[in-house]
Write a protein that binds this ligand. Structure first.
Ligand code: TYM
Length: 342
C-alpha cells in the first residue's frame, strides 16, 4: 500500500460477523486505515440486507451490533480519514444504483454466481428483484466514492468485476473518466475461510449449522469447542496440500492459524509434526480467541453507549455523503438531467 489511495468496502448486518468476515475483509479494512489509505469508507450494507425479509426491531439492533463490532475491531470513526456509516443513511447509493442499472445487461446479472446460488436455494416467490439487481447497488456503492481499492473476500470478486465493467461502459458512453476503476484488495490465504463442519463450503453467516461458523462474539469455550469439532480427515497429519479435497479441513485450519500467528504453512507443519489433530485444533481455538477477546471487550463498552453509536454514525454518513455527492452530480449531468432540481 505504498501509494495512499481511497479504500471502500461493506458488510451486511444480517448476523454477528464471523472470523471469515474478519480475516477475509475487516482485518484489511483496519490495516488500510492504519497504514495505506488516504481515505477509508466502510459501511454497513443495510440496503443489501433487505433482499431477505428482516424483523424490523431486530434489524435495528443488528445494524448497531455490526457498527460497534467494526469500531471494536479497530476502525476509528474519530479519525479524519475514516468514515463508518450505514448505507441507507446516504441515499446517493440508491440513486446511483438506478442510473447504473440502466447501464447493466439483464444477461450479466443472470450470470452472477451468488444470484444463481441464492435463487436456486430460495423457495418460489422468494426471489425478488432486489436480489437480482443486488450487484448493481454494490457497483454504485463502490463507484460513488471513486474507490481505488476494495478489500473483500474472494466471494465478492465477481461483483467487483461487474462494477469495473459498468464503470468502463459509462465512461465510454460519455467519453470521460466519470468513475475510477476499482481494484479488489484480497489477501490470498484468507480470501475464503471455509465452514468448520463442511470445509468444501464457505463459512457463512446464514449457515443453519451453528458449529460451522465462529462468530466474533463467541465465548472462549464455544470457540474451542467449535474448533475441536471441526471436520478434518483420518490422516492425523498437519500438512497443507493445496487442491487436495481430502485435506480441505486441515488446509482451512492452517490458513486460520497462519493468519493469526503469521507463521508459514511449513512452520505450522513443523510445530505440530507428530502431535495429531487434538493439540492442533486446541491451539487454533486458543489463538483465535486471543485475537477476538480484546475485540469483544471493546465491543461491549461501545455497544452500551448509544450516544457514541448515534453521533459517530451520523458523522460517518455526513462525511460519506460529502464524498459521494460530486460523483452523483457528475453522473446526472452526463446523462442530461436538468440542474436545478438537485
Ligand atoms: P458479506 O456481508 O457477505 O461479507 C463481508 C465481507 O466478508 C467477506 N467474507 C469472507 N471472507 C473470507 N472467508 C469467508 N468465509 C467470508 N465470508 C465473507 C466478504 O467477501 C466481504 O468482503 N455484498 C457484500 C457487501 C457489500 C460490499 C459492497 C462489499 C455491499 N456493497 C461494496 C464491497 C463493496 C456482502 O454481502 O458481504
Amino acid at each position: 500500500m505504498s501509494n495512499p489511495k481511497r479504500f471502500l468496502s461493506g458488510i451486511q448486518p444480517t448476523n454477528i460477523p464471523h472470523i471469515g468476515n474478519y480475516f477475509g475483509a475487516i482485518k484489511n479494512w483496519v490495516k488500510s486505515q492504519d497504514e495505506g489509505a488516504l481515505e477509508a469508507f466502510y459501511f454497513i450494507a443495510d440496503l443489501h440486507a433487505i433482499t431477505v425479509r428482516q424483523d424490523p426491531l431486530k434489524f435495528k439492533e443488528q445494524i448497531m451490533d455490526c457498527y460497534s463490532l467494526l469500531a471494536a475491531a479497530g476502525l476509528d470513526p474519530d479519525l479524519e480519514k475514516t468514515a463508518i456509516f450505514a448505507q441507507s443513511h446516504v441515499p446517493e447509493h440508491s440513486e446511483l444504483a438506478w442510473l447504473l442499472g440502466c447501464f447493466t445487461q439483464f444477461g450479466e446479472l443472470s450470470r452472477m454466481t451468488q444470484f444463481k446460488e441464492k435463487s436456486e436455494k430460495s423457495k418460489e416467490g422468494e426471489v425478488n428483484v432486489g436480489l437480482f439487481s443486488y450487484p448493481v447497488l454494490q457497483a454504485a456503492d463502490i463507484l460513488l466514492y471513486q474507490a481505488n481499492y476494495v478489500p473483500v473476500g474472494k466471494d465478492q470478486k465477481q461483483h467487483l468485476e461487474l462494477a469495473r465493467n459498468i464503470a468502463a461502459r459509462f465512461n465510454q458512453a460519455y467519453n470521460d473518466d466519470v468513475f475510477t476503476m476499482p481494484e479488489p484488495y484480497i489477501t490470498q490465504n484468507t480470501a475464503k475461510i471455509m465452514s468448520l463442519s463442511d470445509p468444501l463450503k464457505k463459512m457463512s453467516k446464514s449457515d443453519s449449522n451453528p458449529n460451522s461458523c465462529v462468530f466474533l462474539l463467541d465465548d472462549k469455550d464455544t470457540v474451542i469447542k467449535k474448533f475441536k469439532r471441526a471436520v478434518t480427515d483420518s490422516e492425523a497429519r498437519v500438512e497443507y496440500r493445496e487442491n487436495d479435497e481430502t485435506k480441505a479441513g486441515v488446509n482451512n485450519l492452517m490458513s486460520i492459524y497462519g493468519a493469526v500467528t503469521e507463521k508459514s504453512f511449513s512452520d505450522i507443519q513443523k510445530e505440530f509434526d507428530g502431535r495429531g489433530y487434538g493439540d492442533f485444533k486446541t491451539a487454533v481455538g486458543e489463538t483465535v480467541f486471543d485475537i477476538i477477546k480484546p475485540i469483544q471487550e471493546k465491543y461491549y463498552t461501545l455497544r452500551s453507549d448509544r450516544t457514541y453509536i448515534d453521533t459517530r454514525m451520523k458523522k460517518g454518513a455526513d462525511k460519506a455523503a460529502k464524498a459521494a455527492r460530486p460523483t452523483l452530480c457528475k453522473a446526472r449531468e452526463k446523462i442530461g438531467f436538468l440542474h436545478y432540481i438537485i
